[in-house]
Design a protein around this ligand. Sequence first.
Ligand code: ADP
Ligand code: ZN
Length: 290
Amino acid sequence: MKLGALEAGGTKMVCAIGDETGRILDRMTIPTDVPSVSVPRMTAYFAEHGVEALGIGCFGPVELQEHSPRYGYITSTPKQGWRDYDIVGAFAAALHCPVGFDTDVNAAVLGEAVFGQAQGLSCVVYVTVGTGIGAGIYIEGKLLHGMQHPEAGHVPVSHRADDGYKGRCPYHRDCLEGLASGPAIEERWGEKAALLADRAEVWELEADYLAQALTGYILTLSPEKIILGGGVMHQEQLFPLIRRKTTEMLGGYLQAAALGDMDSYIVPASLHDDQGILGCLELARRALCP
Ligand code: ADP
Ligand code: ZN
């Protein structure tokens, strides 16, 4: 099978050609411009390679309800030109092939579940901590959509009394994303997050907010593994802090064996930053052979 994959992000569009085994044969990355500029370049690329199906993992919010007249649309993004944009329709019309569609984070968890460290598991959560915070949820072979799709980056967290930063989420101010995204770290401490590596207090606070959210995800979804990716998670010192705080916050209530080995329970992404694009290949495969 010759499959196309598109990881559609707010700053760049990663396109790849591959097959159902997760082999990537070619790739092309372009900056995200307005659709009238970016989309024709991408459709030309996929058409030239003769893909049989395309999978798109997209920045959101997106409409995933197949019965909705707006299925396949990017909905309320502030990104210029992409608001209320029918991305699935645009690619389907140009390529005349099946198009699979999901959120970027759902594509990432699918990549890990099919090709990476989460193979064989039935419930997996993938959290990206970058410009925003988002979570993809893989559950019994499927990606969780529900009424729309999870927006677990916006869960409320307890705002620490010693944190004077007000939070930056335009909707909730001090939700998880408002307090713990890369831009929140940079606004709070007045420095690029990558340059704060040796400031212990930065990562202790960051780990606290992330552990609060993870504790909620664990108690709600009972995942067998939690994978953390995104730019902020390049700070590897966060992992032991998050594992320790999550264990403390769970308070010994859950007796699951997986929690006895936190080093393999809360883990970094395993596919060299290809988890998203590989998940898009799988979305394409599923669109071709449902
Ligand atoms: P995006 O979320 O836009 O897809 P990233 O996941 O790379 O992209 O996240 C970008 C954010 O991650 C930046 O705003 C920055 O704050 C943060 N970031 C990037 N690199 C690092 C690093 N090495 N250490 C800490 N934070 C980083
Ligand atoms: Zn929010």
